[in-house]
Write a protein that binds this ligand. Structure first.
Ligand code: ATR
Length: 285
């Protein structure tokens, strides 16, 4: 018989996890967890789980019954996941949403790793930046804004300005966050240490975010959570001005790490190989 590479198969004891979304076809999570599973030689699998909203609770309980270790939760289920959990971490309470489920002894534990992932990505891509160094301006007031705002405040950001198309939503977020948070009509860029776009502007198929970055100090950092395309018009404008620019892929990769650690027993790293492997699936511009 011809020699053949040993096929990669699962044992009967394989650890199972996945991502629950509707639709879930756009999710890069199976690809990035698949990279880590292969890298660390884990006997486990991470699968896409298309679950329609009306069946979310039933599906999660089914995963518990099937012995899954847990799951990621993405659009549109993050708030439903928060409501379903037996226990939620502070990160989830502050964000009002859950993106990571861990099943333990039949209990459903929820956390939100988006804010942590954002901070880790800042640490990686703008290593000299300290969130305590000055005010941050956050564009948007949706779920991602909530998680990032809470994480920045927890990291010692001295003042946060929220700017959103629907002002009432920014006001509600400011009230929920408490602390040194103001709502602004126009982004107060002069004096800002950090500018973060959490809106969908600049995403492929959406209008670009047009903002004059000239009032920003040369030491300011510009971050975008949009990662399709990888280099958004906002990040290109920031780089053209010589500012540090932090892309949305970093947050996507880092937010996945705590879940992987909980389900598969290894805290994975974001390395150049992972970045290239996931980026290969994303249009550059
Ligand atoms: P997510 O959970 O990913 O943050 P979301 O809750 O839908 O998604 O929030 C999207 C954000 O992008 C919101 O701040 C939204 O502004 P509104 O609160 O006014 O809806 C913002 N956004 C989306 N499209 C926009 C546009 N064309 N112009 C300005 N802001 C936009």
């Amino acid at each position: 018989m011809a020699a053949m590479d040993t096929p990669r198969t699962l044992s009967g004891a394989a650890r199972l996890a996945g991502v629950i979304g509707w639709p879930v076809t756009h999710s890069r999570s199976p690809r990035l967890h698949g990279y880590w599973l292969a890298k660390h030689g884990v006997d486990g699998a991470y699968v896409p789980l298309p679950v329609e909203p009306a069946r979310f609770a039933e599906a999660v309980r089914g995963l518990v019954a099937c012995g899954f270790r847990g799951a990621n939760v993405t659009i549109p289920h993050k708030e439903a996941a928060f409501a379903l959990c037996d226990e939620v971490a502070d990160s989830a309470r502050r964000a009002g949403a859950v993106n990571t489920l861990v099943f333990e002894g039949g209990r459903i534990l929820g956390s939100n790793t988006d804010g942590w992932g954002f901070l880790e990505s800042l640490r990686e891509q703008a290593p000299g930046f300290d969130p305590r160094s000055g005010p941050a301006v956050l564009l948007g007031a949706g779920g991602a804004a909530r998680a990032i705002a809470a994480a920045l405040l927890d990291a010692g950001c001295p003042r946060l300005f929220l700017v959103n198309r629907t002002r009432g939503r920014a006001e509600a977020l400011a009230e929920a966050l408490g602390g040194p948070v103001d709502v602004a009509e126009a982004p107060p860029l002069a004096g800002a240490a950090l500018l973060v776009n959490t809106t969908s502007l600049g995403m492929a198929g959406q209008p670009p975010l047009s903002l004059d970055l000239s009032p920003l100090s040369p030491a300011a950092v510009v971050a975008d959570i949009v990662y399709v395309p990888l280099e958004t018009p906002l990040l290109a404008a920031a780089r053209a001005r010589g500012l540090a620019a932090v892309d949305g892929l970093g947050m996507l990769l880092h937010q996945a790490r705590p879940g992987f650690a909980a389900w598969f027993g290894v805290m994975p790293e974001v390395d150049a190989g992972l970045r290239a492997f996931v980026a290969a699936d994303i249009p550059p511009r």
